[in-house]
Design a protein around this ligand. Sequence first.
Ligand SMILES: [Zn+2]
Length: 410
Amino acid sequence: MTDDSVHEQSMVSPLGDYQLIDRCRGCGDDMANPIPVLAMDPMPLAGNFCVSEKAARNAPRYPLTWLQCPHCGLLQVAEDIAQRSLFERYHYASSSVPPLVQHFRDYAAKLTNRHGASSTIRLLEIGCNDGVLLNQLPKSWTLMGVDPCDVASRHSVNSTTYQLTPAPFTPELVESLNWTESWDIITGSNCLAHISDLKAVFFGVTMALKPDGWFWVEVHDLNALLRGSQWDTIYHEHKVEWNIDSLTHCLHKLGFELREQQHLPLHGGLLRCGFRKSGNKRYIPETPSRNRRALNTLRQAYINRNRSATAVELKQAQSEGLRIAAYGASGRAVVYLNQLLDLSFSFIVDESPLRKDHFIPGVGTPIVDRDELFANLPAKILITAWNYREHIINRNRKFPGNWLTAFPTA
Ligand SMILES: [Zn+2]
């Protein structure tokens, strides 16, 4: 199938499945005059892995525009896709990714050391997924997960460690469950990018925490994204991209104080912050212009994506009749494969059983397990989950061909 027929069979979703934001998701101020950053080719939802090749090629495509809030500096996708379309089939169980399990083991140890293993600690996690963090916290703590996704419901059924509230975290939920000032710690890891009304979530956290309670967040770090011009991280499910300035701007004015911050390598660059609910509201002025140069570099890397050394090498192999494959069917893979339609990958390997036998939306590339890699050896493999590069190469030392990555760009 040619690239043109991909375009013919896929359709750009009509406005109706999504709406354009008019207020900043983080600070709530108006976005009448946003700072334009990047307009990518329309693409399917990065988490919409399909059960057939036909369904994958027919997956609706949506425009993808990246804007910056002129008030708090938060980067965000202009097109807001309805939440049910984004997460009705969420093929991502954190515990199926060994480096993630290790990350949360370390995080649990940090939280335990920081707050003590006291039996009176009450911790609530927003977006708990399959319980990968909650399962590793002290059994004596009272643990609650709040997460509407199907993966969360399936994994919580037999849990003796924590309870699950299968709903989005909102101020209304806090009120209806009498959670006002009843939690010592609230955590949210890698979920603040998936929420449309973050200002409401932050307000709910303010309500639910006891005075002097802690709000721990882990977010993908905009500055890390910019250092490697990681445009493959930009997709509809990642509604926002934080840095320390935009995060403190949004939380300090609600009465939080930044007490701890750590930069970690996970997901290509992670920011872990501990905020304390002090009640002192302060306005931190933002200077969005400071990122302008790096954002320009990112835009150029995207515009020149077909001329990158990696893309040229893959195209050359393809023109010589060699088989090329990809490794790691993450959201990044969906972005890269859909933004470089000249490349045709025979298959993409993924270690998660949830994704096996599915297809990459848009391009229809089949997702296979590691056995297929050695049964049908490609000449070159692009590691699309490049943030796990070392883990992937170590797992597949017998592969005789070339490993390539497209990120981080220079
Ligand atoms: Zn804002």
